[in-house]
Design a protein around this ligand. Structure first.
Ligand code: B1N
Length: 840
């Protein structure tokens, strides 16, 4: 009938009652969703699609968040506890709706209401675009830490930039298999998760001139130049199982005036508009490079714009407390997520000395009691160094302050180590050269109260290789470790509901309990020999593998055998992460299979290998690696001799949401960086939490994972950190040909050269990184890598034993909850306390 055409989805009476206001018995949530369809979206329910349903549901959930957010912020203001601020250029948040529903405990309610309105929650959830304001691990870590601080009711805010374009979208060229980049205009559909605070603005200055008072006070006046407006957008961060809702404040840049009045009067319309363009450019795009710096002026502008706005905001909040400025560090702790926000140290000095008229030494004491610095990598190409001429031009006053800080610092070094010129040169904030440059890491160290690395090994290398002089100067206690963590809410409960359910019933504990105290997972150990439980555990993995298979079939049009072992490596493409080692290993497996008789092949463990990850747009070798993977996949997946035993997939456009699909489906995942190069890794923790086993090098957090789960549950291979330097030396001065070191690897390289994955020698530059120099020691690790994969095959053949390993691995992941990491920061670094929202 005609009514059915008009009301194509859901229960007609529910819709009509909700719209007419005849809805006394309808659930509040249903009323709220329908109300948002009608008013906020200005849509009729006719032909409302999944996207519309997502928007209405999101706005309805947001109403709840806003209430909690307001109460929390009011509560913090009244209580006036010490606060912590997490300064990060990247927050890789992913989707919000499912997380908000989980944290508010509203999942079942919304599921039912949406279903009555004709929508399946799971279809609605996937309508949301990822908020992808980050490159990888560093940005995702920041997001996990926000979740944990809200959950633990800690008064912490994040500060970042509201990029118009997040990390680029990755496409794969159908023709040659290479990576293409497209912009990510994630704000195109309105973003329900942010609250524009158009009234919270600060003026941020660039360029101009700095005039010293010349009275010995160290003070100066900075004037002129360009002024840009910073506008606040607040993103609500709900805690799990609490009403506490924290804030992530993102800054957008705007021209201070729409046009420059003087130019306008002079009739130079073009120039007037140009001013506004350059202001908006500051927060236009996330830089898509990780681990490499290019020294671009716009990047320095981003860093200063963001730190200056954030500090002005903190200062305004602090002033409302009406406490003496000398107590600033008693009320504020600022965590620097890598060196990117280091200018905050200089900016706070500027505010204190120039504006608050605090004497220099007292100002420096406040600064060095406020800041904390986390280092995330020891790779030299990631160490930020800004040219002195650029800094002088863009931030003249800050350059003066850096010189003054440096002079006083070097004087104190000279006092402790008289006459040690080389030491002074090494520790100086200024690196000599043409031009001179500013060592941001040294500045971050001397301006902070404590410095930490992100896993035990890494924190050791930070002390031994990056800052040995500073350890000698300040003593050991300034340098410590906080091993990274991940939130079990997103990385287990949300991405793997079936496993979460099984854990809850097996532990016989409400999920609210173990999701907040992940050590409770150890309770699974006593069920490890229970055959029923093993079966259910295996069934969950199987179900997740099928879910991934369906996705792959939909996106790539290729069938995946869910019986195969799923072997996954997903992370940014980088030579140090050695995706090249993995793909060369796959080719080795392929040629081995090819050389077998059909009868022999039948005995081999079936395997499906998955890769995903983006390469920085200018990173030639990383992009060539993607191209090789894609083209090897095209050959292997078509080969009738082997395709039943080995398939290979490169899943384009890796994201948080894709990780949520891939991670629960893995049997084995690869974390195979050259020893001593991966600071921590965090996906290794996610895979293990979801019952996947690790193939890995003795690097980063792999080491601590093995300590927890036992070495017999991890497949380690490769040379250790102390071997790497001598091997590199050997490669340079006494090279041994690949043919001698690893005949197996030499054969694989020749297979690629032979042109079966693409002729014309296109891969030679990639192969040559291995054949010559081999900085990441693939030739030295290849044979032991292949051995490790053989052991994986052997172990996988014994299904029961494998399932037990899987259970034991999950059960021992307690340490890697970001709740533990955040507790450590709160207690040992920031000295902040939980401030629970109490209803009045
Ligand atoms: O930070 C993660 C670690 O788990 C990873 O091991 C580490 O590689 C990653 C410059 C970085 N280190 N450095 C960066 C990102 C962006 C950029 O512009 C460097 N990312 C990491 C969390 O600790």
């Amino acid at each position: 009938d005609r009514g059915k055409e008009k009301w194509p989805r859901g229960d007609e009476k529910t819709w009509k009652d909700a719209m007419r206001g005849v809805h006394s018995e309808l659930p509040e949530v249903t009323k709220s969703i329908v109300n948002h369809v009608q008013t906020s979206l200005a849509r009729a329910p006719y032909n409302l699609d999944d996207l519309g349903a997502y928007q209405a549901a999101a706005l309805s959930v947001r109403d709840n968040l806003i209430v909690n957010w307001n109460s929390t912020q009011l509560h913090y203001t009244r209580k006036a506890p010490k606060r912590a601020y997490y300064l990060s250029l990247e927050f890789l948040m992913g989707r919000t709706l499912s997380n908000a529903l989980l944290n508010l405990g509203l999942q079942p309610t919304y599921s039912t209401s949406l279903s009555n309105l004709g929508f399946a929650l799971e279809d609605v959830l996937v309508q949301e675009r990822d908020a992808a304001l980050g490159n990888g691990g560093l940005g995702r870590l920041a997001a996990c830490y926000l979740d944990s601080s809200a959950t633990q009711e800690l008064p912490l805010w994040g500060y970042g930039l509201r990029y118009k374009y997040g990390i680029f979208q990755q496409l794969i060229n159908e023709h040659d298999g290479s990576q293409l980049e497209a912009p990510d205009p994630w704000l195109e559909h309105q973003n329900p998760w942010e609250l524009p605070r158009l009234d919270v603005t600060y003026e941020i200055r660039f360029y101009g001139s700095a005039d010293r008072w010349g009275d010995g006070s160290g003070r100066a006046v900075w004037s002129g130049g360009q002024e840009v407006l910073a506008v606040a957008y607040d993103v609500m961060i709900p805690g799990y199982g609490t009403k506490n809702t924290n804030n992530l404040r993102l800054w957008e840049s705007k021209p201070k005036r729409g046009f420059d009045l003087q130019s306008f009067n002079a009739g130079d319309y073009e120039r007037a508009v140009e001013t506004s363009n350059s202001a908006a450019a500051i927060t236009s795009v996330l830089y898509p490079n990780d681990h490499t710096v290019f020294g671009k002026e716009l990047r320095l502008k981003q860093q200063y714009f963001w730190t200056a706005a954030s500090l002005a905001d903190m200062m305004r909040r602090f002033k409302n407390l009406e406490k003496p400025i000398s107590e600033f560090a008693e009320y504020n702790a600022i965590q620097l997520n890598d060196t990117h926000p280091t200018m905050a140290i200089v900016e706070l000095m500027r505010i204190l000395v120039d504006e608050e008229e605090v004497p220099w030494d007292q100002a420096w004491t406040i600064v060095t009691n406020t800041f904390f610095f986390t280092n995330h990598t020891v790779l030299p190409e990631a160490l930020e160094k800004w040219p002195v001429p650029l800094m002088t031009h863009l931030l003249p006053r800050h350059m003066q302050l850096i010189f003054d800080i440096n002079m006083l610092f070097l004087q104190s070094v000279e006092k402790q180590f008289p006459g040690d010129r080389e030491r002074l040169a090494r520790m100086s904030l200024i690196e000599e050269g043409f031009p001179q440059s500013i060592r941001m890491a040294n500045l971050a160290v001397i301006g902070s109260k404590k410095v930490n690395g992100v896993a035990e090994l890494h924190s050791d290398l930070v002390k031994r290789n990056l800052f040995p002089d500073f350890v000698e100067f300040y003593g050991q206690s300034k340098f410590a470790n906080v091993t990274n963590g991940i939130t079990p809410r997103r990385w287990l409960d949300q991405c793997n509901p079936a496993l979460s359910e099984l854990i809850t019933t097996t532990l016989n504990l409400p999920r609210e309990v173990w999701l907040k105290d992940l050590f409770k997972l150890e309770g699974l150990l006593k069920h490890v020999d229970d055959a029923k439980f093993q079966q259910r555990w295996a069934a969950v993995k199987r179900q997740n593998k099928e879910r991934l298979s369906n996705f792959v079939e939909k996106t790539l049009g290729i069938t995946v055998d869910a019986d195969a072992m799923f072997d996954v490596q997903v992370k940014r493409l980088h030579e140090y992460k050695r995706q090249t080692l993995n793909i060369l290993g796959v080719i080795h497996r392929y040629t081995t299979l090819k050389s077998m008789t059909p009868a022999e092949r039948k005995k081999v463990v079936k395997k499906a290998v998955f890769f995903a990850g983006k390469a920085a747009p200018g990173y030639y070798i990383a992009k060539l690696t993607i191209r090789l993977i894609v083209n090897v996949a095209r050959v292997i997946n078509e080969d009738p001799d082997t395709k039943d035993y080995l398939t290979l997939f490169f899943l384009p456009d890796y994201s948080v949401s894709l990780a949520e699909l891939l991670i629960p489906a893995s049997d084995i995942s690869q974390h195979i960086s050259t020893a001593g190069t991966e600071a921590s890794g965090t996906s290794n923790m996610k895979f293990c939490l979801n019952g996947g086993l690790l193939v890995g090098t003795v690097d980063g957090a792999n080491i601590e994972i093995a300590e927890e789960v036992g070495e017999d549950n991890v497949f380690f291979f490769g040379h250790l950190t102390p071997d790497v330097e001598p091997l590199r030396y050997q490669h340079t001065y006494h090279p041994i040909p690949v043919e001698e070191k690893s005949p197996a690897l030499a054969a694989v390289l020749n297979t690629v050269s032979s042109g079966i994955f693409g002729a014309d020698g296109i891969y030679e530059p990639l192969l040559n990184t291995v054949r010559q120099g081999d900085f990441y020691i693939l030739t030295d690790d290849f044979d032991s890598y292949i051995k490790a994969l053989e052991m994986v095959d052997e172990a996988y053949a014994d299904r029961t034993e494998w399932i037990k390993k899987s259970i034991r691995t999950s059960a021992k992941m307690g340490k890697f909850s970001s709740d533990r990491a955040i507790q450590d920061y709160a207690q040992e670094y920031w000295n902040i306390e939980s401030t629970k929202l109490v209803e009045e």
